[in-house]
Design a protein around this ligand. Structure first.
Ligand code: G3I
Length: 367
């Protein structure tokens, strides 16, 4: 009980600090003045970003894609890349031992092929959503090693040539940058499980780009520093890791503009691709016009950094609109995305469009 109270106190403190920090964000450059955005043309953001080499993507709910024509039309019209929000995880794919469930992912891949969209595989190894049978099993190291290789090979080889990007390992570090010890793979295999996972995925599809994906690594700090040093070593040891996914669930604080840019650059300088994989910027403690403006400015800063960093090739929101967000209908964290629940573009959409159209990409579009 005490730990629950403590947890709530810490969480409330974090939200209050965030809220205060967000209040301090003020426009710091001419192009952050929202009056500038009124003259942005209505070139679709997806196309404006494609001209700058960036895929605009979103997390999708496959069942709704099938059932809801308005949702399907919105996804087709505005996004070039689709990440399964849930059906690519072991909890869904392998609910019982040896009983793989691929129907949903098969449907998404077929849908993407029909409409010329890319699919981002999310995610092969994550302790955050595992089937009960897996969690209850006492894994011997050699058992878990064999299972992990078999699982990854079965899933990735099924979509060889059809899923070009995979989050091979998701959220393996704790907030201090140490290994998350509440992770069955770490408990049994220590850090060896990560190279093992990447090599297995590479054998299954040598052409897929393989990512490590995590949150709160956007700014420079002990977690991103620890990740940087580990990824650098893995690369030197020949581990087939090709990119980093920066989730950008930035409701617990936003990195300084220059710090964020330099952080992306140092990973890109290792020869890694950069994907912003789960972007959402909820408004803490409900919405006001001032917070909506500041939210749009922060979205713009994310895109400005991605446009500046060689190898930043995907900007993916975690949900296609405020009616399809994992944050639900919480008033504590509201209006996190680019579109309203009725699929109307909001200020952050135009902030991103203003970033995409600001330089040479615009002229190429208008040829
Ligand atoms: O589809 C089943 C339904 O049949 C069942 O009746 C119901 C109740 O058990 O569960 C439904 O599945 C839920 C699924 O979302 C689809 O809605 C799962 O319980 C629920 O755990 C799952 O939550 C997802 C969560 O990851 C865990 O997989 C969220 O939608 C998704 O937004 C969230 O996304 C994660 C990223 O993968 C990793 N980074 C953090 C991010 C936010 O937590």
């Amino acid at each position: 009980m005490l730990s629950l109270i403590l947890h709530r106190l810490v969480f409330t403190f974090l939200v209050l600090v965030t809220n205060e920090r967000l209040q301090r964000v003020v426009p710091q450059a001419p192009s952050e003045d929202p009056r500038y955005w009124q003259f942005v043309t209505d070139v679709p953001l997806k196309d404006a970003l494609a001209a700058r080499g960036i895929l605009l993507g979103t997390a999708v709910r496959i069942e709704e894609l099938r059932k809801d024509p308005r949702y399907r039309k919105h996804i087709l019209e505005h996004f070039a890349l689709l990440t399964p929000e849930y059906e690519g995880k072991m909890a869904y794919i392998l609910p019982e031992p040896h009983k793989y469930r691929f129907a949903a992912l098969d449907r998404l891949v077929a849908f993407a092929k029909k409409y010329n969209k890319r699919v981002r595989g999310h995610t092969l190894i994550w302790s955050g959503d595992l089937p009960r049978w897996f969690k209850e099993k006492e894994w011997k190291p050699e058992e878990l090693r064999a299972f992990t290789e078999e699982y990854i090979f079965t899933v990735v080889s099924r979509y060889r040539g059809e899923i070009p990007y995979w989050d091979v390992v998701n959220e393996a570090l704790d907030l201090a940058g140490d290994w998350d010890e509440d992770n069955p793979w770490y408990e049994s295999l220590k850090e060896e499980y990560i190279p093992l996972a990447f090599h297995a995925a590479h054998r299954a599809d040598p052409n897929a780009l393989l990512f490590y994906n995590d949150f709160l690594i956007e700014g420079q700090g002990e977690k991103s520093d620890a990740l940087y040093n580990r990824v650098k070593r893995w690369k030197e040891e020949g581990v087939p890791i090709h990119g980093i996914g920066f989730q950008c669930h930035l409701f617990l604080g936003f990195p300084d503009r220059e710090e964020f840019l330099q952080n992306l650059k140092r990973f890109a300088d290792l020869g890694l691709k950069i994907h912003l994989t789960e972007v959402d910027l909820p408004l803490a403690f409900g919405a006001t016009p001032g917070k909506r403006l500041k939210q749009a400015i922060l979205y713009r800063r994310l895109m400005d950094a991605c446009l500046k960093v060689q190898g930043c090739e995907a900007f993916i929101t975690w949900g296609s609109d405020d009616g399809h967000s994992w944050t639900g209908k919480s008033r504590w964290f509201s209006e996190p995305l680019l579109f309203s629940p009725s699929f109307t573009p909001k200020l952050p959409y135009f902030a991103l469009l203003s970033a995409a159209l600001e330089r040479e990409g615009y002229s190429r579009l208008m040829e």
